[in-house]
Design a protein around this ligand. Structure first.
Ligand code: ZN
Ligand code: FE
Length: 257
């Protein structure tokens, strides 16, 4: 399975999964159809699956048009998104499996951004290769999604599941928000040297219009404040010793920032 990143709308990423031998493709969160159709045409590949993480328009906006071109494509999404994802055929729950090409994803239920949000985790085929996590708007490079339909406690539980995945995991999040996220993170944890380094690297990368997705989960654990609610430095900054309250205050500050 190959993974390609297709920029869409103003700051979304669509991910195209391809099986070059079979000329088959699956797409994660098609914000719009046009970039996907162009790429499928260039590859002469057929779309067999749409994997949605949640129902927001910038993640499912391309579903209907893709289905007009590829009526056989199967639309996957969270069970609790029934009625909200155009064309949804498969209603996934925690622990369900989705296979594509030579890989098999496990579904992780990650409510918080929305009440139905799921992530797809593809473990590596071989021990020296990275796993691949498609996490929509739950975990971002350097940040996390806003809480539209969930509570801080739910989001902490969801991010705890993602944080438990191996360090060597590529984080394919759905937006290019990394620079702003890390600027905020640095303001919260100015003493974190790994974070300062990362902010510098991402600043340079963005000056050159380079994508910062995928990121590395091991680096996220060290630098993303929304995975660090149990760090004393962050708890001190949020004036709390409670992980959920630390997270909630951090999320609140980011919303105002
Ligand atoms: Zn969203
Ligand atoms: Fe989004």
């Amino acid at each position: 399975m190959q993974i390609e990143r297709l920029p869409a709308l103003s700051d979304n990423y669509i991910f195209l999964l391809t099986d070059a031998e079979q000329r088959l493709a699956a797409v994660v969160d098609p914000a719009e159809a046009a970039p996907v159709l162009r790429r499928l045409d260039a590859l002469q590949a057929d779309l067999v699956a749409i994997l949605n993480t949640h129902h927001h328009g910038d993640h499912v906006g391309g579903n209907a048009e893709l289905l007009r071109h590829f009526p056989e494509a199967v639309v996957y999404g969270g069970a609790a998104d029934r009625g909200r994802i155009p064309g949804q055929k498969v209603f996934l729950q925690e622990g369900d499996r989705v296979t594509f090409a030579d890989r098999e994803a496990t579904v992780i239920f990650v409510p918080g951004h929305t009440r139905a949000h799921i992530a797809y985790y593809f473990p590596p085929l071989h021990s020296r290769e990275p796993g691949d996590l498609f996490c929509g708007d739950t975990l971002f490079a350097g940040g996390c999604g806003r809480l539209f339909e969930g509570t801080p406690a739910q989001m902490v539980a969801s991010l705890t599941k993602l944080r438990a995945l191996p360090d060597y995991t590529r984080v394919w999040c759905a937006h290019e928000y990394t620079l702003k996220n890390l600027q905020f993170a640095h303001a919260m944890e100015p003493q974190n040297a790994v974070l300062s380094d990362r902010l510098h690297q991402v600043t340079v990368a963005r000056q050159h219009q380079e994508a910062t997705v995928p990121s590395d989960l091991g680096l996220e654990k060290q630098t993303n404040p929304f995975l660090r609610w149990d760090q004393p430095s962050l708890q001190a900054a949020m004036q709390s010793q409670d992980p959920v309250q630390t997270f909630a205050r951090l999320r609140g500050k980011k919303d105002q920032w």
